[in-house]
Every structure is written in structure tokens, then in C-alpha cells.
Design a protein around this ligand. Structure first.
Ligand SMILES: N[C@@H](CCC(=O)N[C@@H](CS)C(=O)NCC(=O)O)C(=O)O
Length: 219
């Protein structure tokens, strides 16, 4: 029986929802999944269903958890292996997750998650390329330290969950990436939870598609 619910947005586009959903899956919480279609702006349905008017939002055993990073931390209390066991590595993983949560605005704005689309070569502004360079640098440091294939070793963890939408963005927008980043993107994409999210996004009703994320930018 469900012990709560996870409220998320359209899987095709809702990058923050993907982060919360991955954490909930990795911690194996038994919650009902409530998907509210995004409308490209604030919606009454999401405002009514969540404290901050944003998805993801988790209710579990009496806890009310909003903000994707808080959901990750809540899930890590139940499944501590979401973070590396080594304190030095754990500090790095938390810093990367926090940097993703707070930053990379140029990339997030110019290269939205739109899972089934392919827009190679588009929107490579200097600000976006700077974000991508920083992401590649921190991925590289983590992967070299852990040996991969995930950021902190063999287990898909919280830091990977935070960067999962970046993986889908890179597959859509196809920026030029270093070989190590390409290998990481491939390892992430092959993970069963990423495959499941992709397939469930592809199965969403056609009427949930939003023109702003479906059109080739600038066309
Ligand atoms: N800082 C929040 C950001 C959440 C967010 O911006 N979610 C978007 C969808 S990806 C949203 O709910 N937008 C309101 C709407 O579309 O009605 C988090 O980390 O959870």
C-alpha cells in the first residue's frame, strides 16, 4: 500500500521532476505517482497540489518535502547509499548537487529538456558553453576520482540524479563533449531508471506536448 505520493510534471519536459523521481525510485519509496501536465507557465493544478507551486513534491509517512534537493536528502536518510560513504567524496557529491540546484541557469534556459527532440548545434551561446565547460570539469574530477561509470563509482547516486536532466539535454542539443563526458552520458542513458523515464515520457498523451519545447529554436 502506498505510503504517500510524489507529484511531478510532464516527464518529457520536467527536469526537476526527474531528479525527485530518481531519488524516490533509488530509495524504493512506495508512493503513488501523480503526474500533472506542465503548461509552460504556472498552473492552478500544480499550485493547488504543492506547497510552493512547483514540482516535484513528495509526501511520505507524514513528511512533506518540496525542492528537488530536499527530496534527495530525505530519500538519502532512507537509503544512505545515495551519497558516497567516504566523507570527502560525500562532500564533493553534495557540492556538485548543490551547484546544479543553484546554477547553470544559461544552460537550463537555452537548452531545455525535451526528451524526444534533437536540436544539434543550436543555442550554443558563450554563456551556455561556459556552463557546459564547468559541468564537464566537475564530472571529470568526480569520474577520475571514482573510476566511474557513475560520478561517484559503480552506483547511480544522488549526484547523478541531479545531473540526469543534463544528460537528456546533451542528447537533445548535442553540444561537443569530451570523451569522458560522452562515456558518462552513455552510462547514464543506459541505466534502467533513465530508460524507464524516457519510455514513460514517450508514452505521454500528445496533447501534453508544448510547442515551446517541441519547435526547433529560431525556426
Ligand atoms: N527549485 C525547484 C524548481 C522546481 C521547478 O521549477 N519546477 C517546475 C517544473 S520543472 C514547475 O513546477 N513549474 C511550475 C509549473 O509549470 O506550473 C526544485 O528544485 O524542485
Amino acid at each position: 500500500m502506498a505510503e504517500g505520493r510524489l507529484v511531478i510534471g510532464t516527464k518529457m519536459y520536467s527536469s526537476w521532476s526527474l531528479r525527485g523521481w530518481l531519488a524516490v525510485q533509488l530509495a524504493r519509496l512506495e508512493v503513488e505517482e501523480v503526474v500533472i501536465p506542465l503548461a509552460g507557465g504556472s498552473t492552478r493544478a500544480i499550485q493547488d497540489a504543492t506547497p510552493a507551486g512547483l514540482v516535484p513534491y513528495l509526501e511520505h509517512r507524514g513528511a512533506r518535502v518540496w525542492e528537488s534537493l530536499s527530496i534527495l536528502e530525505y530519500c538519502a536518510e532512507i537509503e544512505p547509499r545515495l551519497w558516497p560513504s567516504d566523507p570527502v567524496q560525500r562532500a564533493a557529491a553534495r557540492s556538485m548537487a548543490a551547484e546544479m540546484h543553484a546554477g547553470f541557469r544559461a544552460l537550463r534556459t537555452a537548452m531545455p529538456m525535451s526528451i524526444l527532440n534533437r536540436f544539434p548545434g543550436r543555442n550554443r551561446t558563450p554563456e551556455v558553453l561556459a556552463d557546459i565547460a564547468r559541468i564537464e570539469a566537475i564530472w571529470r574530477e568526480a569520474l577520475l576520482g571514482s573510476g566511474g561509470p557513475f560520478l561517484f563509482g559503480s552506483r547511480f547516486g544522488a549526484a547523478d540524479a541531479m545531473f540526469a536532466p543534463v544528460v537528456f539535454r546533451f542528447l537533445t542539443w548535442e553540444p561537443e563533449l569530451q570523451a569522458m563526458s560522452r562515456d558518462y552520458v552513455a552510462a547514464m542513458r543506459a541505466h534502467p531508471l533513465m530508460q524507464r523515464w524516457h519510455d514513460e515520457a514517450a508514452a505521454e498523451p500528445a496533447e501534453w506536448r508544448l510547442a515551446k519545447y517541441e519547435q526547433v529554436p529560431g525556426a
